[in-house]
Design a binder for this molecule. Structure first.
Ligand code: SAM
Length: 251
């Protein structure tokens, strides 16, 4: 998905010509991710913190409410406008801004800790390489990078809604760009099912025609599973399989 498509989604506009407006934002749970809150409580963040691909800002706002100095950057101006409103409503200060994660121009040597909650899996291979290199430039000696991305497998019968990232891809990209992995393993991510009920009508035929059969089947399977559990989940919140990586910057 392009940053323009993300921006349309955040504005409630159809992401493709002919598609209906989005029913919700799949990752908007209006609070910080529970696993992030645990990581923070266990000392995962120190110094100047960057939340990259911060979206609507709830993770950054939570970290700021815990006393951290936080910058939240995203490629979507609409996301950043709404994140600023949420921070104001929460009464905390976060330096939000629009930036391309694959460049991070103007942020050299600024951060000691980085949170990536669902950005890496949005990028293609070239983008991932550029992003890992940009984060190297944007961080200081000894910086830590906590990365959460879609994983294979299921949690409570649900798969990730889009392509999972193979472990070798994470290892290759991070090590090639100056990062050493301390831990890589399974975790979960709380999503908003309202934004994931991709039924037959969610995408225009021209887009459906371009999707590989495997993707179509996955989409329909996910929609069917979400429908069957809809009555059982609270606030439309569902768990999805993720990989978490804790890495540090090699000097
Ligand atoms: C799956 S959302 C996750 C949002 C947020 N971190 C969360 O967990 O709620 C991915 C975010 O990455 C942003 N994004 C995608 N590509 C980007 C890029 N090249 N530079 C900056 N942000 C990007 C999107 O706009 C979107 O807000």
């Amino acid at each position: 998905m392009t940053t323009e498509a993300f921006d349309k989604l955040y504005r409630g506009q159809p992401m493709f010509e002919g598609a209906p407006p989005p029913a919700g934002i799949p990752w908007d749970i209006r609070q910080a991710q529970p696993t992030l809150m645990e990581l923070e409580a266990l000392g995962g963040f120190s110094g100047d913190v960057l939340d990259i691909g911060c979206g609507l800002g709830d993770n950054a706002i939570y970290l700021a409410s815990r006393g951290h100095s936080v910058t939240g950057l995203d490629g979507s101006p609409a996301a950043i406008e709404q994140a600023r409103d949420r921070a104001a409503a929460a009464g905390v200060e976060v330096a939000f801004g629009v930036a391309d994660a694959t460049k991070l121009t103007g942020y050299d040597s600024r951060f000691d800790s980085v949170l990536d909650s669902g950005l890496y899996h949005c990028l293609d291979d070239e983008g991932r390489q550029a992003y890992a290199a940009a984060l190297y430039r944007a961080t200081r000696s000894g910086a830590r990078w906590h990365l959460y991305c879609f994983a294979y497998g299921t949690v409570n019968g649900l798969t990730a809604p889009r392509d999972a990232v193979p472990e070798h891809n994470l290892r290759d990209t991070l090590t090639a760009n100056g990062w050493r992995i301390d831990f890589l393993g399974p975790t979960t991510y709380l999503g908003n099912a309202a934004g994931m009920r991709f039924g037959e009508n969610a995408l225009p035929q021209a887009v459906l025609d371009r999707l590989p059969q495997e993707e179509l089947e996955k989409m329909h399977d996910m929609a069917a599973r979400l429908k069957r559990i809809a009555e059982l989940v609270e606030d439309d919140r569902v768990h999805m399989p993720m990989t978490v990586v804790h890495a540090h910057r090699v000097d």
